[in-house]
Design a protein around this ligand. Structure first.
Ligand code: TYD
Length: 147
């Protein structure tokens, strides 16, 4: 699918606010437009370090800043935009074939990631030039069976 930045969107998550604290439930197929197969989180990110720096062929993800803040630089091969995540009740949906970098982590920042599939290194595109070729070349993406 030829995804663009328009397919990346911030989803407002439910927030159950009480005096004793807040709670945000996330249900696959409901708030998130995919079934959740995997959850992981990024934490203890040293100042100045970046995460991401790749695209996924088939994986869809929802990124949530559950503590602190960070910026997500999204790139569809033609345009870029930066989304700052700093609330635990906003999730950034990142569809397939979008290059993303996570930068400017605040100290103690934690990024929760909900993912549509199990970990598979073959699903990653870690080379930016290869990503651009896949996006802009118009041909089949390497690794994709074309018959
Ligand atoms: P990577 O996805 O490259 O991290 P980033 O968040 O910066 O994009 O993953 C870093 C390392 O962790 C890499 O060696 C693969 C491994 N890893 C797993 O083993 N399982 C996972 O579910 C994930 C996300 C990563």
């Amino acid at each position: 699918m030829k995804t663009t930045l328009d397919d990346c969107r911030v989803i407002e998550l439910p927030r159950i606010w009480e005096r004793r604290g807040s709670l945000t439930p996330i249900t696959g197929g409901d708030q998130v437009p995919f079934e959740i197969q995997r959850v992981y989180y990024l934490y203890d990110v040293p100042g100045g370090e970046n995460r991401g720096g790749h695209a996924h062929r088939a994986l869809q993800q929802l990124l949530v800043s559950i503590m602190g803040a960070f910026d997500v630089v999204l790139d569809d091969g033609g345009n870029k935009k930066t989304v700052r995540l700093q609330r635990a009740y906003y999730g950034l949906f990142v569809p397939t074939m979008i290059w993303r970098e996570l930068v400017n982590f605040s100290s103690g920042g934690i990024c929760l990631v909900l993912a549509s599939a199990l970990y598979d290194e073959a699903d990653y595109i870690r080379d930016y030039d290869q990503f651009l070729r896949c996006k802009n070349g118009g041909g089949a993406e390497p690794g994709t069976y074309t018959g």
